[in-house]
Design a protein around this ligand. Sequence first.
Ligand code: ATP
Length: 320
Amino acid sequence: MAPIVELSNVHKRFGDHIAVENVSMQVEPGQVYGFLGPNGAGKTTSIRIMLGIIDPDRGTRQILGAQSALSVSHRVGYLPEERGLYKNMSAQNVIAYLGQLKGMDGVSAKRRAGELLERYGLADAAKKRVKQLSKGMAQKVQVLSTMVHDPDLLVLDEPFSGLDPVNQQVLEDLLADMKQAGKTIIFSTHVMQHAERLCDRIGLVAHGRDVFNGTVGEAKRLLAPRILLRTKDDIVALHELEAVRGVTRISEENGVMEWEIVTQGRVSTEELVGRCMEHRIEIAHFSMIEPSLHEVFVHLVGGEKAVDGQNVSKERGDAK
Ligand SMILES: Nc1ncnc2c1ncn2[C@@H]1O[C@H](COP(=O)(O)OP(=O)(O)OP(=O)(O)O)[C@@H](O)[C@H]1O
């Protein structure tokens, strides 16, 4: 099956500034794709290129089998980074109006707008004018307006920004519902937890370039796991292992110390446990901590230094 969206080696310059340099992405039907990157990385520019709002200087794009998103716009729902709705219209009418612009008839658009508002906790806001809504509520209304015409593809630029934690969860649930309904979703975010929970694939850009493209699991495997060990014994024997990069004492209670062991490469649990037994280190607790997507992000975007900042290297370790 052809990808729903494909950017190949896209490049965009604004004056002297290169905003996007060789960005590529492929999104398959039904996938949730997280487009991640720090401020100014080129996410919005790439999304605008994808949707035909601006043209790339070089590279190619394809969306729903078309060269231009304009010819398939009724199949696409788009939440731009700049928010804005007609302030004097009611929430229900503004969603219905945007549905009509995407080809819906007035009655169906209004009915569907009412259903969406009810389902996602905004029934009371249906008759209120947009200018009477809080910023977060207006944003939710705008998100709902992107899906009123039942598009196949949702492209949401920073949909979580400006929402409180409860409404972020509502939005996560909404996106999960859309995925369940077989929709393809592309969203940009700085907040790794959303991407971690929702995405089948992620693309990370920094300074306009691709830094990573793959699944969340593949991203996490880029960093070695950490180990949490609780013991009352001296662990200097572990510190000397080749596979151990650093050891940090986290806490101490009743003579039992909790250590975080940073490994390098794929250290085996057997090797560490074996070493503990060999040196009579009695284990009160032993667990492997998978790196978070946030840590991978900092590692890829901020470089090794940022990761080292959280850990203690062998030289600085206090295991002795
Ligand atoms: N129309 C424009 N004219 C000049 N420079 C631009 C224009 N649009 C974007 N840029 C620049 O291109 C770079 C990438 O911007 P872009 O908005 O794509 O980043 P972003 O990853 O979406 O950032 P953020 O997360 O902060 O929204 C930035 O340095 C930005 O200042």
